[in-house]
Design a binder for this molecule. Structure first.
Ligand code: ZN
Ligand code: ZN
Length: 736
């Protein structure tokens, strides 16, 4: 035999191929036993070449023998199987069914449907009971209800309507398309239910959030004398995890033990997941230590569990003792830090990962790391990560593109964000939305709206996130008419039901423009109960326009929902101060002291050469503290000589940062950060600051003046938006 070194040539399909009889003496051809002995793809290809040469391949039965081996052996590939299939002049029903089946398990389930259509149009065969289950599985994978319904109908017409395999696959199909009622109707119809029927329906109910029904079915199973197996129990455990029902979860575990149901790795992992989700790490740990076999899922579940509870050291320990480290576990740790407000720690782990030789970061790692940079405003580090992505030849998928745009926008470099956006060809809804959010943060409302319409030209449908961003853009740019238009079109035109965020944005848009009554009316007419964010937006607007009465209402409603909201009381106190109600101010302050409400301390960060320097108000901890304070003195003297007067109203008001003392205003964290930036950042470079709370009016004025006097651009991101100070002006036009 010779090897097939040239690529496979497709045999031209003869329009009227000579029909080879099925049983033409090839049935026991010696080649068949050779096919069964193959253990490498190379050997298969040799036989393939031989069969082509001898003409044996032209016989559908013989071809199906070879095809079966290429399609189902562990050493072969789907790609090769498809090549072989395409060469067969007249594939038989078995061949069609096999290809439909393997595609239904592949990453391209739609191919099953395509092959099926080809079978109907090009072959004399009609689908049988081996065709439908996998066709229906493919329809479930692509989640197309109408497609599966057609197959359901065809199965009935073919008198296969009561085949239990087909009905089981229909239960799975209807459940995964979200039609649980139809799934249940199919289930009830089955006379001879097997354990798969029960399991499919139970897992359908669990996935669809109808856990009570799943439990009910489980009880019926016993009555029906159907024996639950490991799959049944995994389904129930996953339900307990979803419902955070530890008691029931424990009961399921004891049931498994009592009935001696097979405990394999999947089952152990399901138990582990249930314990972790229900918050009992001790049980999880006990089980984990007992498990003889562990896989990546087991390790990741433990790391995730510890990290979510804030036990980072324990999470770290799990990672360290893993026999073979895999990127998924590192990712679990990095993302746990990043999502729990510990971006600095996330980056530290990411850095460590880069030094390790055993594992290579993947897309998921980069997405988490970039998001940590975005939180911190760490653009240098973000750029290094971007360079790393390019160096490793990682292709930018939509997740990465979104993360890069988000990172650059939040780090104060809108131009770079736009550069990334313009450089990619594939843009999904999240990429578009991230760019709209970027423009919104910088107060570029018109540009955001333009982009929204370009997105529609590109036939990408806006979702709830897009609307939050576009309304936010209108709010930051004071575009009332446009905001109203988008809000009113959301549901009727785009089918997106307004949620809390959309109402909060709309209240903000109206409130800022002084349309307080309209804003209050909108809240009254809300179809959902207003959230704290909605009342917060109204309260913020009341502060701008000094409306005490409405502010008191909004504040008390907000405190009903969030009694710990310190920011709300600060805002109310400031409204009292602004309108000269000093008695109310002192009363409120007393109340705040007595209740001991927790305050979030204000802090500002600057990144210098990849290192984040964080300042609190009146912070003395920085090694360059002396230089920073003398720079600050110099700045203040210089500004005062030019006529700057510290904004007394801000002195008299409570600022979110801390209670007012004479000096406090000058020592706000952003002022320290700016002073430090002036010392440390090259004169040609802008200073980029990230502040965790809203910037106060005095710091805002000071930053504007500094940008002119020191001829320096300053980008300041506060909790709500970006301020770009340049030449004595701010990009927000003092509207924030
Ligand atoms: Zn300030
Ligand atoms: Zn500003």
């Amino acid at each position: 035999m010779e090897t097939l070194s040239t690529p496979l040539v497709s045999l031209p399909r003869h329009p009227n191929p000579t029909p080879l009889t099925v049983d033409n003496g090839h049935r026991d051809h010696p080649v068949f036993s050779l096919i069964n002995l193959c253990s490498t793809i190379k050997q298969l290809k040799q036989i393939h070449a031989h069969m082509l040469r001898t003409g044996l391949f032209l016989d559908p039965y013989s071809a199906s023998k070879l095809f079966k081996a290429t399609a189902l052996s562990s050493f072969s590939s789907l790609e090769y199987a498809r090549q072989v299939f395409d060469q067969i002049p007249q594939p038989n029903l078995f061949t069609f069914n096999t290809l439909i089946r393997i595609y239904s398990f592949s990453s391209e389930p739609i191919q099953s449907v395509k092959i099926f259509l080809r079978m109907l149009s090009e072959s004399p065969y009609y689908p049988n009971k081996f065709t439908f289950p996998f066709l229906i599985k493919a329809a479930a994978e692509i989640a197309r209800l109408p497609v599966g319904q057609v197959f359901h109908g065809m199965a009935i017409k073919s008198s296969l309507g009561d085949d239990v395999y087909i009905l089981n696959s229909l239960i799975h199909f209807y459940s995964s398309c979200g039609d649980l009622d139809m799934a249940y109707r199919v289930f009830v119809m089955i006379d001879n239910k097997d354990v798969v029927s029960w399991n499919s329906m139970i897992s359908g109910f669990v996935q669809g959030g109808r856990f009570e029904m799943a439990l009910e079915l489980f009880r019926e199973m016993e009555v029906d004398n159907a024996k639950p197996n490991d799959v049944t129990m995994v389904g129930l455990l996953s339900g307990c995890a979803k419902k955070r029902d530890l008691e029931l979860g424990r009961w399921v575990c004891s049931y498994i033990e009592k009935k001696q149901i097979k405990m394999d790795l999947t089952m152990s992992n399901a138990m582990l997941d249930m314990f972790v989700k229900c918050g009992t790490l001790e049980d999880a740990k006990r089980l984990f230590d007992k498990m003889e076999e562990k896989d990546i899922i087991s390790w990741t579940t433990m790391i995730d569990g510890y990290a979510k509870l804030g036990e980072y050291d324990a999470a770290r320990c799990v990672l360290d003792v893993m026999p073979r480290q895999e990127i998924a576990t590192w990712n679990a740790l990095i993302s746990a830090y990043e999502q729990n407000g510990k971006p600095k720690e996330a980056l530290a782990i990411f850095h460590e990962l880069q030094l390790s030789k055993n594992v290579i970061p993947d897309e998921v790692t980069f997405v988490s790391a970039l998001s940590a940079c975005a939180q911190l405003g760490a653009m240098d580090v973000g750029e290094q990560i971007y360079a790393n992505i390019k160096n490793r030849g990682v292709k930018l998928n939509c997740y990465l593109t979104t993360s890069l745009i988000d990172m650059y926008s939040k780090c104060g470099n809108l131009d770079k964000a736009l550069e990334v956006f313009n450089s990619v060809k594939r843009r999904d809804i999240f990429v578009w939305s991230a760019m709209i959010a970027g423009l919104a943060m910088y107060g570029k409302g018109r540009a955001a709206i333009d982009l929204f319409f370009k997105m529609q030209e590109a036939r990408v449908k806006p979702n709830a996130v897009t609307f939050t961003n576009i309304l936010c853009a209108c709010s930051h740019a004071g575009l009332v008419e446009e905001g109203r238009m988008f809000f009113n079109q959301m549901e009727p035109v785009y089918g997106v039901v307004p949620g809390f965020m959309h109402y909060a944005c709309m209240v903000d848009i109206l409130g800022r423009a002084g349309l307080l009554d309209e804003a209050a009316e909108l809240i009254e007419k809300m179809s959902i109960t207003p959230s704290a964010s909605v009342w917060g937006a109204l309260l913020g607007a009341c502060k701008i326009h000094g409306n005490v009465e409405l502010a008191e209402q909004a504040c008390s409603r907000l405190l009903e929902l969030e009694p710990e909201n310190h920011g709300a009381l600060v805002l109310l106190s400031n409204i009292y101060a602004k309108t000269g109600k000093w008695d109310n101010v002192s009363e409120l302050r007393k109340r705040m002291r007595v209740s001991g409400l927790k305050k979030e301390p204000g802090s500002s960060s600057v990144e210098i050469n990849g290192v984040i320097h964080k300042f609190l108000a009146a912070d003395n901890s920085h090694p360059l503290g002396k230089e920073i304070y003398s720079k600050l003195d110099e700045i203040m003297t210089r500004l005062k000589s030019l006529g700057y007067v510290p904004n007394k109203s801000h002195l008299l008001q409570l600022v979110e940062e801390e209670e007012v003392q004479e000096q406090a205003l000058n020592l706000h964290s952003e002022k320290l950060a700016i002073a430090f930036g002036l010392i440390s950042v090259k004169p040609s470079q802008p200073i980029r600051i990230v502040k965790n709370l809203r910037v106060c009016g005095d710091c805002h004025s000071v930053a504007k003046l500094i940008s002119r006097v020191y001829d320096r651009d300053i980008f300041l991101r506060d909790r709500y938006r970006f301020h770009h100070f340049s030449g004595g002006q701010c990009s927000c036009m003092d509207y924030w």
